[in-house]
Each structure stands twice: as structure tokens, then as C-alpha cells.
Design a protein around this ligand. Structure first.
Ligand SMILES: CC(C)(COP(=O)(O)OP(=O)(O)OC[C@H]1O[C@@H](n2cnc3c(N)ncnc32)[C@H](O)[C@@H]1OP(=O)(O)O)[C@@H](O)C(=O)NCCC(=O)NCCS
Length: 232
């Protein structure tokens, strides 16, 4: 443990001397979290995950735009996310970043709107090179935890009928299809499938979430425990 602290102190000294303020602040916050996680890890409590979910911040928008452009043919511009973060009190956005790289690299994001008692999933995206590793699942899991913590009863979303990966992911999380919106997407007039969950409090949903939590914990050890969903 002492060895770990010495190494991170040394890193902080290096960073303080060479890095611009913003990168230094972001990196120091990661190092502090890393120290905390290592303390728990040494105590045998929680493994240290290589990825972390945390609230999206304005400084993330450049990296978010890169993932957005790679994920959606007609994606949002960075200004739309900036507007959401600054002005939409009902919106909650998270990013997924690799913490085994310094500075941490954003490889995904997700967001929802808190609509009275129903969470509306607005977006989920994982950088193409990082897909198929369970990160989409981790992001949807984070959205469910966020929605539950905000007092929502269930979640709903729209998805392109042709989006097989996303529909598979949402189905895994208990979203089932309740209808379609004809010609919903302006670019190609594609239909949207409307998907919704059972009530979060219902026994089937609880059973599903607990099983998914175990599956995720086995796939990405420490990633759920390491989530920071406090704001955003
Ligand atoms: C949808 C998306 C977020 C999935 O991310 P991911 O990190 O690859 O997903 P995961 O590795 O966590 O996969 C979770 C589940 O999703 C489903 N899934 C993922 N990729 C799939 C594919 N190519 N075909 C079918 N199902 C797939 C599977 O059910 C998978 O579970 P499994 O691994 O046990 O089979 C990703 O493909 C993406 O960013 N797509 C572009 C953006 C997008 O369409 N977002 C959704 C908007 S509605």
C-alpha cells in the first residue's frame, strides 16, 4: 500500500509540473479514486476495474462527440450535449472511461430524461473498437441504477427497427416491445420500435437485474461498485 501511495505522489508531482490545469485536475481526481479503490482492494473488498462510469461533464464533450460521430449516422453535435448539460434539469448523462490509461479515455456514454415517474433512455453508445466487451451492458445498467435512485418506476425508449445490437441489449435488460412509431427517423423515414421495462419494483425485474449484476460483476469485476452516479 505504501508503495502505491509513493507512486501516485510521484505521478502527481510529475503531472503538476507538466500538464495543463484541466488535464491535471481530471487526472488527479482519478489518482485519488485509484488510491481509494486500491485501499478497498487491499482490504479484499472490491477489485479495481479498468473502466469507470461517471457523470458527463463539459470537459468531456470533445471525446463524447468522437464516440457520437462513430456511432450514429445523424448524431447530435457537441452543442446539443452542452445544451443538455447546462439547461435540461431532467437529463442525466454518464460517460464510460478507461481508467487503465492516463489521461483516462472516454469510450462510451449514455443518457436519460427523468419524465415524472418514467425514465426515457435518450442515448447509449460505445466506441466501435470497444464493442462486444460488455460496456454497453454496463452503461444500460448505470442508467437503470440512476433511474431507480431518482425515483423512477420504469424506463422506456425508442430504437431503430434495424438496430439489432441495441434491441438485443435492451431486451437483455427487460425492455420489451410495446409498439412502433412509423417513419420516426427523419434521415431515412425508418420506423422506431418503442420498448419499455416492467416496473422496477416488480419481482421479474428485480430477479433480472440481480442476475445481470452478477453477470456484469463476473465480466467486469469492480465496475459496478466503482460507478459514480452522484450527479450529471
Ligand atoms: C448498442 C451498443 C451500445 C452495444 O454496445 P456493446 O458494448 O457492444 O454491448 P455489449 O458488449 O455490452 O453487449 C451486450 C448485449 O447486447 C447485445 N448485442 C451487442 N452487440 C450485438 C450484435 N452485434 N448483435 C446482436 N446483439 C448484440 C447482446 O445481447 C449482448 O449480450 P451478449 O454479449 O451476452 O450476447 C453498441 O453497439 C453501439 O454503440 N451502437 C451504436 C449506437 C447505438 O445504436 N446505440 C443505441 C441507440 S438506440
Amino acid at each position: 500500500m505504501a508503495k502505491t501511495s509513493a507512486r501516485t505522489d510521484e505521478s502527481r508531482g510529475f503531472l503538476a509540473a507538466w500538464w495543463p490545469d484541466q488535464a491535471r485536475d481530471a487526472t488527479q481526481s482519478v489518482l485519488v479514486r485509484y488510491d481509494r479503490a486500491m485501499t478497498k482492494h487491499s482490504a479484499g473488498q472490491v477489485p479495481v476495474a479498468a473502466v469507470r462510469v461517471r457523470p458527463m461533464a463539459e470537459r468531456d464533450l470533445g471525446a463524447v462527440a468522437v464516440v457520437e460521430r462513430a456511432s450514429f449516422a445523424n448524431g447530435w453535435p457537441a452543442t446539443a450535449f452542452a445544451h443538455e448539460l447546462a439547461n435540461n434539469g431532467l437529463a442525466r448523462y454518464v460517460v464510460l472511461e478507461r481508467t487503465d490509461e492516463l489521461p483516462p479515455q472516454i469510450i462510451g456514454f449514455a443518457g436519460l430524461w427523468l419524465m415524472v415517474d418514467e425514465a426515457h433512455v435518450v442515448t447509449v453508445a460505445v466506441a466501435p473498437a470497444e464493442r462486444g466487451k460488455g460496456y454497453g451492458r454496463l452503461l444500460v445498467h448505470a442508467l437503470v441504477l440512476l433511474a431507480e435512485a431518482a425515483g423512477m418506476n420504469e424506463a422506456t425508449l425508442e430504437c431503430r427497427v434495424s438496430n439489432t445490437p441495441a434491441r438485443g441489449l435492451y431486451r437483455e435488460y427487460g425492455f420489451y416491445e410495446v409498439g412502433t412509431r412509423k417513419a420516426y427517423y427523419a434521415d431515412n423515414r425508418e420506423d422506431a420500435v418503442i420498448m419499455t421495462t416492467e416496473a422496477f419494483a416488480s419481482a421479474p425485474f428485480r430477479t433480472r437485474i440481480e442476475a445481470l449484476e452478477q453477470k456484469l460483476e463476473a465480466l467486469l469485476p469492480g465496475a459496478i461498485a466503482g460507478m459514480d452516479l452522484a450527479a450529471g
